[in-house]
Design a protein around this ligand. Structure first.
Ligand code: SF4
Length: 344
């Protein structure tokens, strides 16, 4: 059965017409789903029972079944494992900060990109998520936070999968959540993180969206980057940075470059200098994070001193750089740690 979260407003309105219902019922359903967060047909007590029955018979409301939830020792990070309707599994992570609740969600079950340091990459690709399965992760946490009188403030597409490898469904989900008549989540509060699929970056550029763009760069020379991110063979660094420069020129928006600092691999002064020279003059920001461990990769996290040194070099070239805190490592909820055991 089709997921109700897979439908946009006009598709729900068409269904009402097909079922001989007035179109205002579509508004009631949209409001129930995305303002009240009702997640089953019985919750829609403002529509007739006959329509509730039609919804129940024709559409699936349960996109995700919660399999497990893990809370980090500090209580700030929650990782949930969800079972999809076809038995595949995905993970999503909520990170609570002082004034923000950032949600890291998945766009695919598994991932085909094979980044060597990433647990999701190590498990391989299972399938794309539908737009409704992406939306449902946000709705799940929205309901959870509402119970605490709280809200999701940011959504990052940095969970399982390469969002630009599932472009239409990812952007479809964002559009649905962005609808002012529904969930009304501002485009600027979303961040899409990509390994650098150039054709998709060019498409995203042409669409001039307000969504934030982050590029997983991790190395400043092709040989090293290809050894870490196989996709670099197809889309080498200089071509990728040209696409990024064009994105900035056309949209006027800043790009974030992600850099997982791996001890004595990409945290060296040489890499920092090479990176600074490549990014000189770009409207960008470098986000470094000491590597999170994953079972299939032997690289180690950088030390605090080496991270500081790396940042200092970038600062010296006028490239803004932050060292991010690692979150949820004790529950394997950090960047690059999401993996579903036993085949997912
Ligand atoms: S880092 Fe992202 S793109 Fe690379 S394998 Fe992991 S999930 Fe896929």
């Amino acid at each position: 059965m089709r997921l109700i979260y897979d439908l946009n407003f006009s598709e729900i309105a068409s269904l009402m017409v097909e079922w001989g219902e007035p179109v205002y019922r579509a508004h009631q359903i949209w409001n129930g789903l995305y303002r009240q967060y009702w997640n089953s047909p019985e919750r829609f007590t403002n529509i007739p029972t006959s329509l509730r029955n039609l919804l129940a018979e024709n559409l699936e409301f349960k996109a995700l079944a919660l399999a497990t939830t893990l809370n980090s020792a500090d209580g700030q990070t929650v990782k949930s494992l969800f079972k999809l309707q076809d038995g595949k599994f995905i993970e999503a992570v909520l990170m609570r900060y002082e004034k923000r609740n950032t949600l890291c969600i998945s766009s695919q079950a598994g991932c085909a990109m094979g980044c060597v340091f990433c647990a999701t990459g190590q498990m391989g690709f299972k399938r794309n998520l539908s737009s409704g399965e992406i939306v449902a992760q946000v709705m799940y946490y929205s309901l959870l936070l509402r119970e605490e009188d709280n809200v999701v403030t940011n959504v990052v597409l940095m969970g399982m999968g390469e969002p630009f490898n599932n472009y239409d469904n990812t952007l479809g989900a964002i559009d649905r959540l962005n609808d002012p008549k529904g969930y009304n989540f501002g485009a600027r509060r979303f961040t899409i993180s990509t390994v650098g699929l150039i054709p998709a970056i060019r498409r995203f550029t042409a669409e001039k969206r307000q969504i934030n763009l982050a590029i997983s760069l991790h190395a400043a020379e092709d040989a090293l980057r290809t050894s870490m991110l196989p996709v670099n063979k197809r889309y080498p660094i200089d071509d990728l940075l040209t696409a990024c420069r064009d994105y900035i020129a056309i949209t006027g928006r800043r790009i974030t470059f992600e850099w997982a600092l791996i001890n004595e691999v990409n945290d060296t002064p040489e890499q920092a200098i090479m990176l600074a020279k490549k990014l000189k003059g770009m409207l960008c920001h470098v986000n470094t994070i000491p590597l999170n461990p994953s079972p299939g990769y032997s690289g180690q996290a950088t030390t605090r001193e080496r991270a500081e040194k790396f940042k200092q070099i970038l600062d010296g070239y006028g490239i803004p750089c932050t060292i991010r805190l690692r979150r949820g490592i004790d529950i394997m909820a950090g960047c690059g740690q999401l993996v579903v055991k036993n085949g997912g």
